[in-house]
Design a protein. Structure first.
Length: 375
């Protein structure tokens, strides 16, 4: 697992930003109104590619024209953010997404056509500046992590994995009852040694902590990872590297409900909102270990442990059935239709009704040994 050169990535990202700027200057030099063509990041422009098994960004683009009253503000926000990123890279700074929000937030004072004094904020809330960063990602082809932008992370990993992070060597099997926090840019990590047969990705942080406390990773020669629910980009990238570069099989364990199923699909195929990142973040070989709806009945989970599905659960299941990456799998269609028929769901913790060790000593080993997973 070779280490990627983060400094080189930042330099290449800077060159991409500068190239966009040169194009704008050339447009002005030709007497044209400057404009940007930004790929559209909406569901309507997300395409399921069955060959690669990935969600990808489609061909649609929007024209962000400085001379268009409806697009001028967004155009200026985009150019402003590119200038902030270029400055940070040139000066060797690593700003957070919140830093960038404040660095670009200022008030523009002007007089309107009626001679009245007006004020305009460059952006009102961070959601605006975050969206502009995503636009720049698709515009340049570089992720914010590659540009050196820092952000809150959720992911953790533990097991026999030794890595170099900066000047430090870290043994992820010697973290006590804790775990190694996956950094914003996992590409900057160099794997020195690994002794594992597979990666187990766990939806819930509490279940991850329990398996870590039991040293499940030591007894079963695996790495365990959690993204604490819906995974962040860093966790997804780390899992992708472990699968792609080390050849480790990846198994995902979630609750038996449509939200857990979608979390699995994010690891495997990518997400709708970040379809432009799928090729670098999705692990197309990931397998769903469970829990499934059929597990409720195969394992005879007690009725008082089963949760009645809510309307939002049913709505979500119907949405998943309409997604081609679920619809193309007979097994997923079966699971979702059974969920809609029974209108029941269970949490991973329901297995503890058979004893606290049931999950680790029977359920997971049994599923792995029999190949009872979904792809």
């Amino acid at each position: 697992m070779a280490v990627a050169a983060p400094d080189r990535q930042r330099y290449e990202a800077l060159r991409a930003i500068e190239e966009v700027a040169r194009q704008l200057v050339a447009q002005i030099a030709r007497g044209e109104g400057p404009y940007l063509e930004v790929p559209v990041r909406t569901l309507a422009n997300i395409i399921w590619d069955p060959q690669s098994k990935l969600l990808k960004l489609g061909p649609r683009k929007l024209r962000r024209d400085f001379l268009d009253a409806g697009e001028a503000r967004k155009f200026m926000q985009t150019v402003l953010m590119m200038s902030l990123l270029a400055r940070a890279i040139r000066e060797g700074d690593y700003p957070t997404i919140r830093d960038l929000y404040y660095a670009g937030k200022h008030t523009i004072e002007y007089t309107d056509e009626y001679g009245r004094a007006r004020k305009e904020e460059t952006w009102d809330v961070q959601k605006e500046s975050d969206s502009v960063i995503q636009d720049i990602e698709v515009l340049t082809g570089f992720l914010r992590e590659q540009m050196g932008i820092l952000h809150d992370t959720k992911g953790k990993i533990v097991g026999r994995l030794t890595i170099r992070s900066g000047a430090d060597v870290i043994d992820c099997s010697r973290m006590g009852d804790g775990a190694y926090s996956i950094p914003p840019n996992p590409d900057a990590l160099e794997v020195l040694e690994v002794d594992a047969e597979y990666v187990l990705v766990i939806e819930k942080d509490a279940i991850f902590n329990r398996l870590n406390k039991e040293r499940f990773w030591e007894k079963h020669r695996c790495l365990i990872v959690t993204g604490k629910g819906q995974p962040d980009r860093s966790t997804r990238r780390m899992v992708r590297r472990l699968w792609e570069e080390l050849g480790l099989p990846v198994y995902v364990l979630t609750d038996a409900d449509p939200y857990g199923f979608y979390i699995y699909s994010v690891y495997r195929s990518g997400s709708i909102t970040l379809g432009y990142e799928s090729e670098r973040l999705a692990t197309t070989g990931a397998r769903f270990l469970g829990l499934t709806i059929t597990d409720i009945y195969d394992y005879k989970i007690p009725r008082n442990f089963i949760i009645k599905a809510k309307d939002r659960d049913l709505k979500r299941a119907k949405e998943l059935l309409n997604y081609p990456w679920f619809r193309s799998s007979k097994e997923w269609v079966k699971q979702l239709q059974l969920f809609l028929e029974k209108q029941e769901k269970v949490e991973i913790e329901a297995l503890s009704g058979y004893g606290f060790k049931f999950l680790t000593e029977r359920y997971i080993p049994e599923k792995l040994s029999t190949g009872a997973w979904i792809e």
